[in-house]
Design a protein around this ligand. Structure first.
Ligand code: ZN
Length: 59
């Protein structure tokens, strides 16, 4: 089963790493479509982090 956005079952999934919640850890799996979306979100995170703060956005 895909643990990410689509929750589909019966599709090929890839182990994407352990997740921890309240001291418990579980393996997470995602399908190719959702992993592509996740990679896109991670990429956006780093792009935003590296972007300089623009004074115009605070005014
Ligand atoms: Zn999925």
């Amino acid at each position: 089963m895909c643990w990410l956005y689509c929750h589909r079952t019966g599709i090929p999934v890839i182990w994407i790493g352990p997740t921890q919640f309240e001291g418990m850890s579980a393996p997470m799996f995602g399908c190719a479509d959702c992993i592509a979306e996740l990679e896109h979100m991670i990429w956006r995170h780093f792009v935003r982090k590296d972007a300089p703060q623009t004074p115009a956005s605070t005014r």
